[in-house]
Design a protein around this ligand. Sequence first.
Ligand code: ASP
Ligand code: MG
Length: 411
Amino acid sequence: MRIVMKFGGTSVADIERIELAADKVKREIEEYNCQVVVVVSAMSGVTNQLVKHCGDVSSLYDLREYDTVVSSGEQITAGLMAIALQKRGVVARSWLGWQVPIHCDEFHGKARILSIEKKDLDERLNTGEVAVVAGFQGISEKRRISTLGRGGSDTSAVAMAAALDADRCDIYTDVDGVYASDPRIVKKAKKLVEVSYEEMLEMASQGAKVLQTRSVEMAMKTNMPIQVLSSFKDNIGSEKPGTIVRREEDIVEKEVVNGITHSKNEAKITLRDVPDVPGLAAKVFGPLADAGINVDMIIQNVSPDGKVTDMTFTVTRPESEKAMSLVRSDEDLRDIIVSSNNNVAKLSVVGIGMKSHAGVAQKMFQTLADKGINIQVISTSEIKISVLIDEEYTELALRSLHTAYGLDEEA
Ligand code: ASP
Ligand code: MG
């Protein structure tokens, strides 16, 4: 058995936490006979501080130098973890991105991994040595240090797991798994045993921020099972205490609805009496796309008289002002009445079982109706149904849907 054990910032926050993480590594080796690659984040708060340092020197910093600075947090934890393991009699060696090497593209600050040379690590793992790899970093084609974007050590871990043919990638963090809803709002939300990559991606983009999205995409592409688990509990990965993210085919119980997510970062923009002519949507959304503004839900009414119609769409709140002025800046749209509403929230129910079950949407609509909650916009995909509602009712709606779909923790 070969596994990757990734420890996030709170799991290596201080020396005591690093020692506890090292204990877990030792147990995987001794109790479960695993070959282990450890991937570490910087101590929590450190990367933020380093990012701030760059900005304090110059707001227009060079991204290559930014990478030099912010990658340093992981260098510290990689070395400390190796020392902690050695102290426990575990043969261990730290590896920075350039030493592995982990080859990246030239997009400094948010680089992508192109390939990983695995020969050296492979040989050492086979002798029982533990490789402690600094997460978040690699080396560019021009041999400069690069970083993978915030939260990127998840992606480092999955990439190492895939390159080294690991059986599993355990992501140790400060929560004990992926929950059906945000447990801070829905107290009795249950922890999921398994979720598919697709569900996890839908849930991540909806605001369940447990894993960097790129890491899930990479796991999906390479078919690498990920386990999300807590480093604050005694269990270790081989005991399977967390939530496993894997491909749909390997999931036995395909839940119709596995998760409900919400976002209060939406704004609804409505255009009234827009001419019902070909090319209008392209005119409205073209400039938004050019400006990099992501449009999410869209509805356009049929026009009763064949002349004008109404159109509504959503964007993120910080982008709504800009979106409105872009629409208005088009000559033909100058006189259109444009209004926006920020007091909205988007709720989504997500589940792969939806593909083969009818009535999932109806249950959502009925549950909201029973609470007197009005639905403003609806959009669907194969495994997701989203509605836009008044922000005020977010918590009520979340809890009611939770109960309706049987997602409460059994008492
Ligand atoms: N230390 C980096 C960050 O805070 C990478 C990571 O922890 O995933 O974004
Ligand atoms: Mg993280």
